[in-house]
Design a protein around this ligand. Structure first.
Ligand code: S3P
Length: 169
């Protein structure tokens, strides 16, 4: 069984995914980390040298690879993984998808702190970040909301979110 955590950057996919994998005794895999190891480059370097389109290609390839792994996995995807190449349908066919949904204001506060690591957010002021998140979330919502389980994650600790997801499986 594969459980995919999907949602916007900084929605907590990796932290919650680790907790969930621990509770279920599943292996945990972070797709961005898998890509970095496979290509021996950070996500930042891939964006810088090859651009977003190339990143989406290798991200799509990586998703298909990890889906072919035998065994039970909780997989935290990148914020865009489920929104390209019909990947949300692919994930729904190959496992259970869980969308960690957060308010724009929560995402903005979290991303102001951590945008340095995220190429799509570089150089944006707080206001630009706010507008960017509203616009991109609006484009991505239709993919995220195809998830089989949707959890509102604003005011809940990762460990409790993992418990909520477990009871919804
Ligand atoms: C992206 C999200 C990132 C990473 C890349 C692109 C996106 O992952 O895959 O920078 O398009 O939303 P996180 O959601 O883990 O930050």
């Amino acid at each position: 069984m594969k459980i995919f955590l999907i949602g916007f950057m900084s929605s907590g996919k990796t932290t919650v995914g680790r907790e969930l994998a621990h509770f279920l005794s599943y292996q945990f895999l972070d797709l961005d980390e898998y890509i970095e190891t496979k290509h021996n480059r950070t996500i930042k370097q891939i964006f810088e040298t090859k651009g977003e389109e190339h990143f989406r290609l290798i991200e799509n390839e990586a998703l298909k690879e990890v889906c072919s792994f035998k065994g039970d996995f909780v997989i935290s995807s990148g914020g865009g993984t489920s929104c390209f190449y019909n990947n949300i349908d692919y994930m729904n066919r190959n496992g259970i998808t869980v969308y960690l949904r957060l308010e724009v204001s929560t995402l903005v506060s979290r991303l102001v702190e951590s945008k340095i690591d995220r190429p799509l957010l570089w150089g944006k002021t707080r206001e630009e970040l706010n507008d960017y998140i509203i616009r991109v979330l609006d484009e991505r919502k239709k993919f995220y909301e195809k998830a089989q389980i949707i959890v509102d994650a604003d005011n809940t600790k990762p460990i409790d979110l993992a418990k909520i997801i477990m009871s919804a499986l």
